[in-house]
Design a protein around this ligand. Sequence first.
Ligand SMILES: Nc1ncnc2c1ncn2[C@@H]1O[C@H](COP(=O)(O)OP(=O)(O)O)[C@@H](O)[C@H]1O
Ligand SMILES: [Mg+2]
Length: 311
Amino acid sequence: MPVIEALELSKTYTSGFRKHRNVHAVSNLSVSIESGQIFSLLGPNGAGKTTFIKILLSIVHPSQGSASILGCAVPNVKTRERVGYLPENHKYPGYFTGEQVVRFFGELSKVPKKILDERIPDLLHMVGLTEWRSMKVKKYSKGMLQRVGLAQALINDPDILFLDEPTDGVDPVGRKEIREVLKGLKYQGKTIFLNSHLLSEVEMISDQVAILDRGKLVRVGTVEELTAQGSSFEIAVEGSLPSTFIDEASAHVLKMCVRGQTISLQSSTTADLNATLDLLRKHGVLITSMTRVRRSLEDSFIDLLKQGAQH
Ligand SMILES: Nc1ncnc2c1ncn2[C@@H]1O[C@H](COP(=O)(O)OP(=O)(O)O)[C@@H](O)[C@H]1O
Ligand SMILES: [Mg+2]
């Protein structure tokens, strides 16, 4: 059963009488997220990612469409008890220590004191802040702030965790640590909804990825599905290529580049790839090896956004 569902959700921020200034932050968005998944919403700044999380958390009201969390229609303040939220650019009072931040949010969530006393050290340990638990957060680095934010989001032992840009401004070591924490949480059965503009990060941990561009959903799928399109290959050959080869092959390839004895090409179907190989054999060129070059999520992402911009 999906734990998060959105059906044709739209949000337009209006600005009084200046209708031309209305912003369509989210348009006609439908997604369904299964329990226990790491789901990542990707998109450039301003794509509508934060707005979408805010609608799901009943912070912002949608202009159209509907959504549900854990089977309850949104808006529903009660479901907040079962979710954790790390907002984007969060700020905590600087005079709190890391431990006090987590306790403060635990008290706000009405977690009993006895449970807080047990859970806070565990959470601070999990995010690697035990040593710095008594330091004031105004002295924390960005990475430490994100980690204390993660502990805060987990204080009510939520079923779903919403994280808005959790690794923004965090150094590579800190990012890796956050990734490991997220994997551990998934292992515990939690559903994680992640907003990010950092593709290489998301690529490593997400079960499902959705790409949002100017409020519209461009694609949803696994990382494999999103990166499989337009497969690229490197073909090493022996013998010289006839001068007509590039022209002849152009009908079967999307992109091609020949460097010495190596042909790099991208074709959209297996049939097209084979047609290119047939062409090489027809000219008596020997194929010594062929390697599939997996595209990064970043390449696919940029292509999808370019396609979107043309429409
Ligand atoms: N409260 C608001 N009032 C007016 N416009 C807003 C408000 N919040 C966000 N927007 C606009 O909505 C669009 C989507 O913003 P946001 O959801 O924050 O995107 P993202 O999180 O992907 O960067 C942007 O153009 C932003 O300027
Ligand atoms: Mg945002």
